[in-house]
Design a protein around this ligand. Structure first.
Ligand code: PLP
Length: 404
C-alpha cells in the first residue's frame, strides 16, 4: 500500500514553511528532496567509516570500498544491467553524456559523421555534441516533433544515413513530460547498425527502467533527481561498447601501470573513473534506490500519474490556460502559461504563496524556439506530492491570474 502520509514523514524538509506558508515543493524535475535514510547514510559513513576506497589495506578503506562497490551492485540491479562492469559512476547526467561524447567521438566519429538528437533535448544533450562538432567536424541532426510534444518517428527514420554513428535522445522531456518511445527508437537505430544513448535524467525517477529490455547501448542518469545526493550519477554502457572506448580523464584509479613512456589502463568500470570517487554519495545513492524500490517503482508511477492527470484537469479550468506538452504518454511534468502573464512573474508570486515551481527555458532553448515561447512555468511532481498540493497550486495560479 502507498501510504502518502507515511512517505512524507520520511522527508523532513516537507514540514517546513516558507514566507509563513507550508512549503509546496513542485520542482522535482530540477532536484528531489531526500528521505532521512539517505542523509543518515552520508552522516553515518562520514562519522564511522570514512576512508579512501580501493587503495587501502586498512580496515576502514576496505569497509568503504565494500560500501562503494556494493552501491554499484545496487545500481546494476536497479536498472537491470548485466554486470557491474557496465555501471560507471559520474557526477551526474551531464558528465555521463560528456564522457560518452568525448570517448565515443574520439574512437568512432570523424568529420562528416552524424549524431541524431531530438528537438526536446536538455542542453546537456546538445552542447557536448556541439563541442564534438567543433573538435571533429561532425554534424547534428534533429528529430522534429508535433505540437502535442511527440517526436515524429517517420521523420526520425529518414534521418539515418551511412554517416549516422549515434542516436542520443531523452527518455522523458524535462519540459513537456513526454515519455519518448525509446525502446522502439532503439530498435529502429539498431536496424541501421547505430547504437543509442538515452538521457534518463527524467526517466529513472518516475518509472522502472530495464536497460536490457530497452536494449539501450548507453543510459545516463543523475542521483539527485531520484532522491539521492547531488554530485553523483551513472553512465550505463554495454560492456562490448565500453571495452572499445578510450578513457575520458586520466589520473589515479583508472590505470594499471604507469611509466613516463606508457600507461596501461585499468579494467572496466575503473577505466572511466579517474580520481577519488564520491564514495559517500554512491552509498547514499544506493540507499535512495533501495528507498524507491521498497515503495515500488510501479506504485510511484501510478501515484504520480494520478497527480499529473488531476493537475492537468484542474489547471484547464483556469481561463486563458495554455498547457504545453500534451503527449499521450506523459510523465509527471506540467508546463503552462496563462494569458500573457510572464512565467517569471507567475513563478515569483507563486513562491510568495509557498509554492516552489520552476520558470524559464528549463535548459531547453531550442525547444522553446520550436514552441515560439521564451519559457514556461513548470510544476513537476515527485513521489511525496499530494492532490491537496495540486489544489494549492491551482488556487495560487487562479489568484495570480486575477491579479493581472
Ligand atoms: N537531461 C535532462 C532531461 C534533465 O532534465 C537534466 C536536468 O534537469 C539533465 C539532463 C542534466 O542533469 P544534471 O544537471 O543532474 O547533470
Amino acid at each position: 500500500m502507498y501510504d502518502i502520509n507515511k512517505v512524507r514523514e520520511d522527508f523532513p524538509i516537507l514540514g517546513r514553511e516558507v514566507y509563513g506558508k507550508p512549503l509546496v515543493y513542485l520542482d522535482n524535475g530540477a532536484t528531489t528532496q531526500k528521505p532521512r535514510m539517505v542523509v543518515d547514510a552520508m552522516v553515518d559513513e562520514y562519522y564511522s567509516v570514512n576512508a579512501n576506497v580501493h587503495r587501502g589495506v586498512h580496515f576502514l578503506s576496505q569497509q568503504a570500498t565494500e560500501l562503494h562497490e556494493g552501491s554499484r551492485e545496487t545500481v546494476r540491479r536497479f536498472i537491470n544491467a548485466r554486470s557491474t562492469n557496465e555501471v560507471i559512476f559520474t557526477r551526474g547526467t551531464t558528465e555521463s553524456i560528456n564522457l560518452l561524447a568525448f570517448s565515443f567521438g574520439e574512437e568512432f566519429m570523424s568529420e562528416g559523421d552524424e549524431v541524431i538528437v531530438s528537438t526536446m533535448e536538455h542542453h546537456s544533450n546538445i552542447v557536448p555534441w556541439q563541442l564534438l562538432a567543433a573538435r571533429k567536424g561532425i554534424a547534428i541532426k534533429v528529430i522534429p516533433m508535433n505540437d502535442q510534444g511527440e517526436l515524429l518517428l517517420d521523420e526520425y527514420e529518414k534521418l539515418f544515413s551511412e554517416r549516422t554513428k549515434l542516436v542520443s535522445v531523452t527518455h522523458v522531456s524535462n519540459v513537456l513530460g513526454t515519455v519518448n518511445p525509446v525502446k522502439q527508437m532503439i530498435a529502429t537505430a539498431h536496424e541501421h547498425g547505430v547504437p543509442v544513448l538515452v538521457d534518463g535524467a527524467q526517466g529513472v525517477p518516475h518509472a522502472a527502467v530495464d536497460v536490457q529490455d530497452l536494449d539501450a547501448d548507453f543510459y545516463a542518469f543523475s542521483g539527485h533527481k531520484v532522491y539521492g545526493p547531488t554530485g553523483v550519477g551513472v553512465l550505463y554502457g554495454k560492456e562490448e561498447w565500453l571495452d572499445r572506448l578510450p578513457p575520458y580523464q586520466g589520473g589515479g584509479e583508472m590505470i594499471q601501470t604507469v611509466t613516463f613512456e606508457k600507461t596501461t589502463f585499468n579494467e572496466l568500470p575503473f577505466k572511466f573513473e579517474a580520481g577519488t570517487p564520491d564514495y559517500i554519495a554512491t552509498t547514499a545513492l544506493a540507499r535512495a534506490l533501495d528507498y524507491v524500490t521498497a515503495l515500488g517503482m510501479d506504485n510511484i508511477a501510478a501515484h504520480e500519474h494520478d497527480l499529473t492527470q488531476y493537475a492537468m484537469m484542474r489547471l484547464k479550468e483556469i481561463p486563458n490556460m495554455r498547457l504545453i506538452g500534451e503527449a499521450e504518454h506523459k510523465s509527471s511534468v506540467v508546463s503552462f502559461l496563462v494569458g500573457d502573464i510572464h512565467h517569471f512573474d507567475m513563478g515569483t508570486l507563486l513562491d510568495r504563496l509557498g509554492i516552489a515551481v520552476r520558470t524559464g527555458h528549463h535548459c531547453a532553448q531550442p525547444l522553446m524556439q520550436r514552441l515560439g515561447i521564451e519559457g514556461t512555468v513548470r510544476a513537476s511532481f515527485g513521489l511525496y506530492n499530494t492532490r491537496d498540493e495540486v489544489d494549492i497550486l491551482v488556487a495560487g495560479v487562479e489568484r495570480v491570474s486575477r491579479m493581472f
